[in-house]
Design a protein around this ligand. Sequence first.
Ligand SMILES: O=C1O[C@H](COP(=O)(O)O)[C@@H](O)[C@H](O)[C@H]1O
Length: 282
Amino acid sequence: MPLTFSERPKIAASSGPDGRGELKIYENLDDLATDFADYVAQLSELSVKERGVFSVALSGGSIISLMRKLCEAPYNRTVDWTKWYVFWADERVVAKNHADSNYKLAKDGILSKVPVLSSHVHSINDNLSAEEAAEGYEFILRQLVKSRTVDVLESRDCPKFDLIILGMGPDGHVASLFPGHPAVDQREDWVTYITDSPKAPPERITFTLPVINSAANVAIVVTGEAKATAVHRAIDAAPEELEAAAIPARMVQPTDGKLVWFLDRSAASKLHCVPFEGDFCA
Ligand SMILES: O=C1O[C@H](COP(=O)(O)O)[C@@H](O)[C@H](O)[C@H]1O
C-alpha cells in the first residue's frame, strides 16, 4: 500500500509562526518530491471536483525538477491533466526556446510529458517588450477570470488561483519580486514588469503580491543550504528592525488561502521555530 501524503515520513511537520503557513521538512529531495507530487495531485483533484478545472501558476528554477514525480506513475495517469490551466507566476522576457525561459523549462520538464492541452497553457508573448508582455499577460488573465476558468475573490476583483507554486532565491525573492525592488510594492496591477532584475536575465514579468496572496493555495518549495538564511528570515519571528520588503518571501501571506512551505533539511537548518534533532516525526 503506498503511503498517503500525511503518512509519509517527514523530519518535521508543523505550523510556522503566525501567518507563516504550514511547514513540511524532508530528509531528502526524493521524499520532498514524492510528497509534493501528492500535494499537487490532491489539490488538482479537489479543484476539478469543485470547479471543473484546476488553475495553477508555476515558477521557474528548481521547482520544476522537484515536480518531476508528477510525470511518473501513478500521477501521469490519475491526474486529470485535461482540466489543468497553466500560467507562470513569473517569466523571463526571452524567446520561448531560450535556455532562460521558464516556459521552456516547464515544457521540457513536465508539460511535454503529460497530456495538458496546449490551448490551456498560457505563457507570455515573447515578441513584445517587458512592459507590453506584462500588459498582454494581464489581459489574458482577465479574460480567464471573466470566464471563471481562473476563480475570482468574492471581496474584490482579483484572480484566485487554485494553486501558485513559488521557489525562493537565496536573497528571498519569490516569482520576480526582488528585495527592495519597487515591484514588491505594486498593489494595482495583477502583472507587472521589471527591466533591472539583479539576477539575469534583467527583463521579466511577474505576478504582484496581491495576486499571489489571493490564491486558494500557495506552495513555496525551497532546498539547499544556500537558502537557509533566507528561509530563517522569511519564516522565523522577525527582529523588529527587519523590513518585510527586505525579504519578499516573508510577504507571501495568503488572505484566505493556505500557505505550505516544502523544505529539505538543509534549507530548514537555520529555522528557530522547528525544534528537530533529526528524528522522523511520523
Ligand atoms: O529567477 C528565478 O528564480 C527563482 C528561484 O529559482 P531557484 O532555481 O533558486 O529555485 C524562481 O522561483 C523564479 O521563478 C525564477 O524566475
